[in-house]
Write a protein that binds this ligand. Structure first.
Ligand code: NAP
Length: 251
């Protein structure tokens, strides 16, 4: 039975992990919830760079590395490509399509925190949906601003900021209420793609709000790339069926 190493940490990755068997390994960085109800093994924590990952792949007899990490988790994706190549193991990847601006959208594409800060200066009530990064910058909040930071972390907040711990998916209706209550005048977002967190863009559009969008990092090329979880599940089933099929030529 071939052994798969699934690099995860996203809702899509968890759906794939649910299809894995007892010899397979679901790997998490250790920043979020660790599922306790999977048939596969769960491994938590880094490997020690690409070299460490390659050593793990070889030592554990991994036959396929599957990268289902978040599109902004560029380091682990780069490590997976380097490690797969050096261990001689194929790399498959789920690469979600990015969102695209729709007619009438006002997206301002930025590359780093300095550019976010510069773009923010014209606004008073930003909503950040970038994960924990803004929490390291709460002492930079301008006197005319009140920030809302939505992320997974618990945090006491700040006198000019509110930290909202929430995990997607988010519906359009819930986002409407959230935006209304927060009176946001700009949305700051990663271009994560996928449906789970897309409603915020629809609500921003309906309210005529600009979006400060961070540019996606470049990701390595994989041996096989998928855009949707259902295609991944089909491919894993097909791979298993091929690996388990009797080899008629053998004696
Ligand atoms: P990153 O910068 O690409 O990776 C930093 C280091 O964390 C890696 O070099 C690796 O350590 C370890 N690591 C990351 N993902 C791992 C995994 N699935 N299994 C084992 N080790 C892992 O990643 P990040 O942006 O900090 O994201 C961390 C995790 O959160 C990822 O798994 C990602 O899928 C998830 N996530 C990220 C975002 C985001 O916006 N970045 C959003 C949602 C979920 P070693 O070098 O020691 O192996």
């Amino acid at each position: 039975m071939m052994r798969i190493l699934l690099l995860g940490g996203t809702g899509d990755a968890l759906k794939i992990a649910r299809r894995l068997g007892p010899r397979d390994v679901y790997s998490l960085a250790g920043l979020g919830k660790v599922p306790g109800d999977l048939a596969c093994q769960v491994r938590v924590g880094g490997f020690g760079g690409a070299k460490g990952l390659a050593a793990y792949v070889q030592a554990q007899g991994i036959a396929l590395v599957f990268d289902a990490t978040h599109p902004y988790a560029a380091q682990i994706s780069a490590n997976a490509a380097t490690a797969g190549a050096s261990a001689g193991v194929p790399l498959w990847a789920l690469r979600r399509q990015p969102w695209s601006p729709q007619p009438g959208d006002d997206w301002r594409i930025v590359d780093d925190w300095a550019a976010i800060r510069a773009a923010l200066s014209a606004f008073a009530r930003p909503l950040f949906t970038l994960g924990r990064e803004p929490l390291a910058h709460l002492d930079e909040i301008a006197a005319h601003q009140f920030w809302t930071v939505r992320c997974l972390d618990d945090h006491p907040g700040h006198r000019r900021a509110r930290v909202v711990g929430a995990r997607g998916p988010f519906t359009y209706e819930a986002e409407q209420v959230f935006f209304e209550e927060g009176r946001f005048d700009v949305l700051v977002s990663k271009n994560s793609g996928g449906q789970a967190t897309e409603a915020k863009l629809d609500v921003a559009r309906a309210r005529g709000l600009p979006v400060i969008m961070t540019r996606r990092p470049a990701l390595p090329v994989a041996d096989r790339t998928f855009e949707a979880v259902c295609a991944v599940l089909d491919a894993i089933d097909a791979l298993r069926a091929a690996a388990d099929a009797p080899r008629w030529g053998r004696t």
